[in-house]
Design a protein around this ligand. Sequence first.
Ligand code: GLN
Length: 484
Amino acid sequence: MKAGTAVDWREGLDAGDLSSEVLVRASLERMEALDPALHAILATDAPLSLDLARQADRRLQAGERSPVLGLPIVLKDNLNWTGLPMTCGSRILKGYTAPYDATVVQRLLRAGAVPVAKANMDEFAMGSSGEYSAFGAARNPWDTSRVPGGSSSGSIVSVAAGYAPLALGSDTGGSVRLPASFCNVTALRPTYGVLSRYGLAAMASSMDQVGPVAVSAADLALALSVMAGLDPLDSTSLPLPAAERLVPLRPARLQGLRIGLPVEYFGEGLNPAVRVLLDSAIDLLRDQGATVREVSLPHTRYAIDTYYLLCTSEVSSNLSRFDGVRYGARVSTDCLPDMIAETRDAGLGDEVKRRILLGAFCLSKGSYDAFYLKAMKARTLIAQDFLRVFKDVDVLATPVSPSIAFPFGAHTQDPLAMYLADVYTVPTALAGLPCLSMPAGFTAGMPAGIQLIGPAFSDVSLLETAHAFQSLTRHHLETPPLSA
Ligand code: GLN
């Protein structure tokens, strides 16, 4: 399979020019050929995937049509897919087999999509580079000496390297957007509540969202259309307005679109070469009749601190279930407290332990007011900044990351430097807003993305705006030089 768009494969399948079995076989062959170098995949079940492909072909032959029927899709390894191992990139879940399907996976299966693999990731989705996977990092297909970005490293690499036209990741503070920028793909973080998290291993529940990954915005819309919709099994679930406009996705009218550029996102620290790419992307939108103005989100400077206080607090609570009793490969000892301590010590990596300790500290009696409660207040201020600017603009355009993909090891000795990679992606996560990352061009052979942010529940309009941009550009169609 060559990297293709889901929309193209869709047409081929519907016209009968191609079968799901052919697509899925090509997908499995491409993984086998390329993944020894890229390490994006943790598990496959080829007989099961081929069986699902043949079922999809029968449905197609019977005249059934659905946005994802017959399309291969890769799933991040924190999503339950019955019968397949689910590790969340952690040693502690080695040997765990998913006993049920996550709601999003169930909806994809029902609509006839064909999962082909479980994808590598930073351990429990904590990380920005992919390097915190307990099973070795995935590599950036544009330059294998560089990180792919994280935490949805394997899902992003799978689309970038053409293993599959679609993938699912998860985005708590940027985990689909950042790697999308580093690897030249398009990824959406929906409004909080739009996609069910039932069956997604929890990291920081007040921010976790499932995020679809694809070559283009129109492809993302295919996947979103079958996954969105109320789920009684996730109490935060809400319906997606205007979902009927997703398929086929039409480009937004750029004439008169009011675009805001938050000054706080274009300051010191942004790589000048990335800035040049963003400027030309924004010029293109302006040439099409959009109006562009500077806006201010003054509490942005508190976003990293706020995010890492709240995220670690929630992590410390969510990960308590990995204790060797409820979940987790047990290290046997004579007494229960030792068993729990040794199980966690042996099973969890350094970054996960760091967050559990920091989070437990933030939530402790003496620190709660000074850290957790303070961060909750800052979160409200950050969210209010966005509410205010969306009175004057329709969409915000920003960088996704201050830099292009960095070399392996650049930040692993310095957790704070790693956290700073998230400076442009965590504010929207705190505010629960929809945002996407899409390719904006290349500098020194490496891609960089542009982020679009919209008001809550404007997901469909956001995709339409991205589609308009992608109808005018070809960056997203560039593929990395890979030899199988
Ligand atoms: N990089 C961020 C973190 O490490 C975001 C992770 C995510 O979105 N899952 O927390």
